[in-house]
Design a binder for this molecule. Structure first.
Ligand SMILES: Cc1cc2nc3c(=O)[nH]c(=O)nc-3n(C[C@H](O)[C@H](O)[C@H](O)COP(=O)(O)O)c2cc1C
Length: 338
């Protein structure tokens, strides 16, 4: 699937990071508990953390912000606009065992724009060059940029090309994750910015044609793995899925088989899964955690499937009431089988 020229270009990248499917960074959603749960279904899908700002890493509780389970391959997404701080944060993150680092150049929120990072950095490709160089020097692991196809005022395909070319040439970055819609800064909320600006997949295809040596990963509005496969067979290098992965985690149950070109799709062994979750919950409770921190991410299990509503109702009625009950997931499964 991978051409020789690309292989040479990506020679520095770990093989695990070449799996063509990833789950997008999502604040409040892709925390360590969600990633633990996703690893029960897929070993190879590349997972992303929520965005963590460089300032938070430098000044905050590092173990809390960066501590992770053994859920590799995982990419840490950083936010920031000061190369010194990105360097420092990347260096600090080294101790935590991430496989790669990613810079957020796609977040449109006012808070993030006021801090002059996120999507507004598309206005300043040379700043992104400095940030990417700092990230690579600090972390010494593969780096990538996640960005939009544009922002208001800089929304043409030519603007997008200029952005990608500047960063790939001046910072020698070879992996670009492109959310295929522009962000409208100062006008729309983050949620609206994920649905109102139209998707322009054609811009991402053109980008891949124009820069065949770069790893171009497409993101935005992709609902399932079949659709992902179509992008891959049409020449896009990788596909990142966000909301659909959260709303319906079981989508990923046959990702490993599907993208290793095998036909077999293993059935999910719910006994193994519920044992693992119970053990994880016991450990979490022993560390003073509450079960809803973990189980809130299970609400999308059985999405659109018989028993799904019953399962969600059981969990939402019990997980706050019984914060120390490590058997709740198992009990929810038993409840839907009755
Ligand atoms: C709740 C939520 C939080 C998000 N947080 C981040 C974030 O921290 N960093 C980021 O780059 N994108 C973030 N995004 C955007 C997603 O990564 C993704 O680009 C977007 O949802 C489009 O992909 P999708 O249509 O597959 O969901 C977030 C999206 C959602 C729904």
């Amino acid at each position: 699937m991978i051409g020789q020229a690309q292989l040479i270009f990506w020679i520095g990248m770990k093989e695990t990071l070449l799996f063509p499917i990833s789950i997008a960074p999502m604040m409040e959603w892709t925390d360590r508990h969600y990633r633990f749960l996703m690893r029960l279904f897929t070993k190879n899908t590349i997972l992303y953390t929520e965005m963590v700002t460089a300032d938070a890493i430098i000044r905050g509780n590092r173990d809390k912000l960066l501590g992770k389970n053994r859920d590799n391959p995982v990419v840490l997404q950083l936010g920031g606009n000061d190369p010194q701080k990105i360097f420092q944060a990347s260096k600090i993150s080294l101790d935590y065992g991430y496989d790669a680092l990613n810079l957020n150049v796609g977040c449109p929120s006012d808070r993030v724009s006021d801090g002059s990072f996120g999507a507004c950095l598309m206005n300043d490709p040379n700043r992104v060059v400095d940030l990417m160089i700092a990230m690579r020097e600090g972390g010494n692991i593969p780096v990538s940029v996640k960005h939009r196809i544009g922002i208001n005022g800089k929304e043409t395909y030519e603007d997008l090309c200029h952005f990608v070319e500047t960063i790939s040439v001046k910072a020698n970055v070879s992996h670009f994750i492109v959310h295929a819609r522009i962000a409208i800064l100062g006008g729309l909320s983050p949620a609206e910015n994920r649905s109102i600006p139209p998707l322009r997949y054609e811009d991402v295809y053109r980008l891949k044609e124009e820069f065949p040596h770069l790893r171009i990963e497409i993101n935005g509005g992709i609902r399932d793995l079949q659709q992902a496969k179509e992008f891959l067979t049409s020449g896009i290098d990788a596909v990142m899925i966000g909301r659909a992965a959260y709303e319906n985690p079981l989508l990923f149950a046959n990702a490993d088989d599907m993208f290793h070109e095998k036909d077999s799709s293993e059935n999910i062994d719910w006994n193994v899964i519920s044992d693992s979750i119970e053990k994880y919950l016991s450990d979490h409770i022993a560390n003073d955690g509450k079960v809803h921190h973990v189980l809130r991410h299970c609400m999308g299990f059985f999405h659109g499937v018989n028993g799904g509503k019953k399962f969600r109702r059981f969990l939402s009625e019990t997980m706050n009431r019984e914060p120390k009950n490590s058997k709740l997931f198992t009990q929810a499964l038993q409840f839907i089988q009755q």
